[in-house]
Design a binder for this molecule. Structure first.
Ligand code: ATP
Ligand code: MG
Length: 197
């Protein structure tokens, strides 16, 4: 049997939106991935202190709602189960140990790719996975440090961000079509982002 090809798409997903989801399904299709994991950060250490982060359980519930019934996309709770700050190096090591022989593809938007040099134990990340970079509207093209095995995948460019969506809830503007309907329901039921800025 051929080795499994697993996509690892990490994020705070606060909330998950169509930009994330359109990226996920198209990268999975283009690279013939068996599974694409949306890995929900427990504590996104680079964002701590900059704004309140929604509890991980709420963010996981939204990602689960977003991918329900979509072939090949999975919500992944590894970082939440591990607890503490979330480091991709640890996540890739756990996935490699749990899936012997699997090929791991780390999916990043252009902004995240440019930030790679600031990551914890970035050499371990480079050793465990190849990078898949997608453009992000409003962001300059990614600057990928030397020595990385990376590929670019063209996906529909959607100028959507979680920051804008949080502001929309706070301002009472619509969320429809920017988030899957079940995610909108989750935001409403859990009364998220009402006091966001
Ligand atoms: P925030 O505004 O809170 O930073 P975000 O929309 O950037 O939220 P994140 O959870 O920070 O979402 O991003 C997770 C991953 O998804 C990153 O690799 C990011 O580059 C990518 N990403 C986010 N939005 C888009 C988009 N519209 N198109 C392509 N990639 C995206
Ligand atoms: Mg972001």
């Amino acid at each position: 049997m051929a080795a499994a090809r697993i996509g690892v798409f990490g994020g705070t997903f606060d909330p998950p939106h169509v930009g994330h989801l359109v990226t996920a399904v198209n990268v999975r299709h283009d690279l013939h991935l068996d599974r694409l994991l949306l890995v929900v950060a427990n504590e996104p250490w680079q964002k701590l202190g900059s704004r309140p982060i929604t509890p991980a359980a709420d963010r996981l519930a939204m990602v689960e709602a977003a991918v329900a019934g979509v072939a090949g996309l999975e919500a992944c709770a590894l970082e939440i189960e591990r607890g503490g700050h979330s480091y991709t190096a640890d996540t890739l090591a756990e996935l490699a140990a749990a899936n012997p022989g699997a090929e791991l593809f780390l999916v990043l938007g252009a902004d995240a790719a440019t930030g790679l040099p600031t990551w914890e134990r970035v050499d371990e990340v480079r050793a465990c996975a190849s990078l898949v970079i997608v453009d992000r509207p409003g962001e300059p093209p990614p600057v990928v440090p030397d020595g990385w095995d990376w590929t670019h995948v063209e996906v529909p460019r959607l100028e959507v961000s979680s920051t804008d969506l949080r502001d929309r809830v706070a301002d009472g503007r619509p969320l429809d079509y920017l988030l899957p309907r079940d995610v909108v329901a989750c935001v409403r039921e859990r009364q998220l982002y009402r006091g966001s800025t």
